[in-house]
Design a protein around this ligand. Structure first.
Ligand SMILES: NC(=O)c1ccc[n+]([C@@H]2O[C@H](COP(=O)([O-])OP(=O)(O)OC[C@H]3O[C@@H](n4cnc5c(N)ncnc54)[C@H](O)[C@@H]3O)[C@@H](O)[C@H]2O)c1
Length: 439
């Protein structure tokens, strides 16, 4: 059904300011990548906003524009970057430190990267136990911190002349916390900020400041941030888009490719054992059981939702699912993942699949950051507020309305994303029915 309401999308005029919390491996690989693409040193591989097309109309019409030609997106030359981190290194030094990109490439990007200096962070070591750094805000209440972040946002807006802003969490994973009483309404949350409620984390303070400032907020890590009643209420009240959580990059990306395929053929699953070795700072933070628990919850959720054991008990009722991450410094950002998948087929006969994915975490994450900040800005210009479920494609644990289960199947997620773009532009949605070709 085409969009009869005729959504008005404001044009992407002027600069888009990208605010990144955390200036580690993912952030520096993202910013350096955008600068490299701008200088035509490399291509934006892995980014739908830069490389993908959308089919419009019937297969016989031959209409498949690039996404960036179909919807008005900010261009790469119109982006300005701002970051926060607990370390003082500029973006060039941080990229060197992260060790993801070759020094020869970074050398060519030295000027724009050196100009980005992180703003002092809101940091609380009880939420990220393995780190400590000097570039933090002066002591204050949690409400003071939120106000300081709002000042940073306004200062960045003025300094860069950005017409619009889009914010994303690419900082460390915080320890696992369930929503508490203070997260149940905006009023309680604001009271908690004043009273320094220990259940309010730094990431929630950044998210609150973004939403109060009318800035869309995306969460690339698995911990609790806007996925709670208080901040959902604020997002709707301020008409701001939110999305999350936890970038779907290496092993979970593979899981959401394979599991829908097994289910589509009604093949059963006895067990799925996933292990990783990882040696970057993210791996070090995840070595702490509290941070790992946030990751584990997010990594475990996808299979259960995709396989729907309640509908297919003979196939999926009793499978065992384990996920391990081992911090192993020699590997740096070049993570290695192993999956052992025990499946069964006709008459219950067992089979095995082994996957050995030698991936690069930040190389997989950087294009997702680009797409998310551009799509979140598009959503805001299209008047879409609250949870952006159509961006589930990018996340391990997609946020949804409270009464809905999340859609994890990557192919359904992609269809949802592209249909949302068609709908925004008043184009027919594609159902893949195709009866008209045989009339
Ligand atoms: N790379 C991937 O494939 C991938 C996939 C899913 C999720 N993630 C998540 O993305 C995040 C970033 O990953 P990374 O590899 O860049 O990690 P990283 O450790 O290299 O960078 C994180 C940075 O955040 C900073 N930081 C920590 N707390 C902060 C705070 N309160 N305010 C400001 N800065 C703070 C740290 O100092 C560090 O520089 C992690 O949470 C990770 O779990 C990454």
């Amino acid at each position: 059904m085409p969009n009869k309401e005729n959504i008005q999308i404001a044009p992407a005029n002027g600069k888009l300011g990208i605010l990144l919390v955390g200036q580690g491996a993912v952030t520096t690989t993202f910013i350096a990548g955008v600068e490299a693409v701008k200088q035509r040193l490399a291509k934006p591989i892995g980014s739908l906003t830069q490389m993908a097309t959308v089919r419009l109309g019937k297969r016989t019409e031959g209409r498949s524009p690039m996404i960036k030609d179909l919807v008005p997106l900010a261009g790469l030359n119109d982006l300005a970057f701002g970051t926060w981190d607990i370390f003082e290194e500029n973006c060039y030094e941080a990229a060197e430190h992260a060790g993801v990109l070759e020094k020869s490439l970074l050398q060519q990007l030295r000027e724009p990267l050196s100009a980005i200096r992180p703003m002092p962070a809101v940091f609380d070591q009880s939420y990220v136990r393995r780190l400590n750094g000097p570039n933090v805000k002066p002591k204050g209440s949690k409400m003071d911190y939120a106000e300081m972040v709002m000042e940073d946002i306004e200062h960045f807006r003025e300094k860069t002349g950005a017409a619009r802003l889009s914010m994303i969490w690419c900082a460390s994973t915080e320890v696992f916390h369930k929503p508490a009483a203070v997260h149940q309404s905006l009023r309680e949350f604001e009271c908690g900020l004043q009273k320094n409620d220990p259940e309010i984390s730094p990431s929630q303070i950044y998210a609150y400041a973004a939403l109060k400032s009318g800035v869309p907020y995306a969460n690339g890590a698995p911990h609790l941030s806007t996925d709670m009643p208080a901040l959902m209420e604020l997002a709707r009240e301020r008409q701001v888009p939110i999305s999350g959580k936890d970038f779907k990059t290496g092993q979970t990306f593979m899981k959401t490719l394979i599991a829908p395929g097994l289910k589509s053929r009604m093949l059963g699953l006895n067990g799925w054992f996933s292990t990783n070795i990882l040696g970057n700072r993210d791996g070090e933070v995840l070595d702490d059981p509290g941070s790992f628990q946030s990751k584990e919850e997010s990594k475990l959720s996808s299979l259960e939702h995709i396989l729907q054991a309640e509908l297919y008990p003979d196939l999926y009722k009793h499978f065992s699912h384990k996920v391990r991450i081992e911090y192993y410094p020699p590997r740096g950002d070049a993570k290695e993942g192993w999956d052992n998948i025990d499946i069964f087929g006709w008459l219950g006969y067992p089979m095995q699949i082994k996957i050995n994915f030698l991936c690069r975490d930040s190389i997989l994450a950087a294009p997702l950051v680009l797409d998310l900040v551009l799509f979140m800005d598009l959503a805001q210009r299209a008047g879409m507020r609250g949870v952006q479920e159509w961006l589930s494609f990018y996340y391990k644990a997609p946020m949804t309305a409270p009464s809905l289960y999340p859609e994890h199947d990557i192919f359904i997620q992609l269809m949802k994303l592209k249909n949302t773009l068609r709908w925004m532009c008043g184009e027919e949605l594609i159902t893949h029915l195709g009866m008209e070709y045989y009339d």
